[in-house]
Write a new protein. Sequence first.
Length: 457
Amino acid sequence: MSYPVSNIFFMLDQIREGLVILDKDFNYKYVNKTAALVLGKPVNEIIDKDIFSVSPNVSVSKSYQLISSTLKDGEHREWEEYFPNGKIWIQFFANKVSDELHIFFRDVTVKKAVIKNANDERERFVLAAKATADMIWDWNLLTDEIWWNDNFYIQLGYIRNKESSNIEFWNKNIHPSDKDRVISSIEDVFKNDQEYWSEEYRFRMANGNYSYILDRGFVTYNEQGKAIKMIGAMMNFTDKKEKEMRLLELSSKLHSVVEEERSHLAREIHDELGQQLTLLKLELNRVKKFLPANPEEALMHLNHSLETVTGSIKSVKNLSFELHPQLIRELGLNDALDRYMQNFSQRSGLNCKLQIDENFNCTDQSTSLTIYRIVQEALSNVIRHAKATEARVSICSSKHQWLISIEDNGTGMPEKTEEKISLGLTGMKERAHMINAKLEVISNAGGTKINIVIPIR
């Protein structure tokens, strides 16, 4: 089965080893991502350049002499070289394929240090490298002693001592909800003579909090087939997990906000537009009743019908404006806010005041709509929850930022925020985040103030 070349290069870009392909004139024809990182330049600045322009000192290196020999005689070569500038040891594998030279290389600095410090640790780190994770461990299955590298103690906050050097220490710190599953999966590996084990679970840190761990290990068996050692590594992916959970939470809240908006729209249509249309139907029935016998009475009810139609048109316009304020595009944010607050004040009975600096001018449609929506949501919250008589919106403009403040004279927020208030605040915060703004809420018994600071790009 053959694979497209693009797929092969995609897979080569995912490996941890560096790979470069040179032509007979020492020009780079392919460089994977790892190799580009080591060379210190973007891939597009390397391809079709020769090795001397990319690495000016390469001609005096051991590697240059060996790859030159491989190009000449086609022999496979392996070697290691120390690079003092980066303080790293690199292991190279060179092969000639047609007129090209394929060179794999990898960082073996840790391996060299392990060999230098202790022969016992050589096998430990070589095997652990397969796990490609951060917190390396070595479990002696005959004595239940376990060794952790420094990263384990640094990341999880524990102290290296006798207790932490026994497998029971690991067992007791697995989250109770995960423990049976994790222990059972390891036992299955031993029972079925498997070499590889992997699990995700929560592990208790020294401060009592839990980290999300991806743990992987390799089992060593003796000549009799008995498992004697397990070496592996733990990777802490708490940040990624928390972001995933945050996205799920926001998705759930977004669904609730959408449902709330639908409910609000349904109420507006039913309570206002529905009543007006019902009244219009009654008036038209009266017109029908009085025609042709009593035209004057019919005309009076016809005029009432026209007034009802006018009110209905106004209601539809108001509803449409709330759903999508076209005035922002037609007149700009300042006039759109002024029009909205006047209309909102008339409908709600709340005394609304708007103050905008003369030099404030937001021309970006996305930012304007975001500001408008935040003001809209904030004023809606005032009506629903604050028991206020007055609300003030001010926009101040400075050289580097805009400050938008929405303030009311209501009762303030309760210590334990209600879910609907929390949803509104979450929506405002997410909108602010979309335009790289910071949102701050200040609330006390005298009212609530929301500040949005927007950096000027």
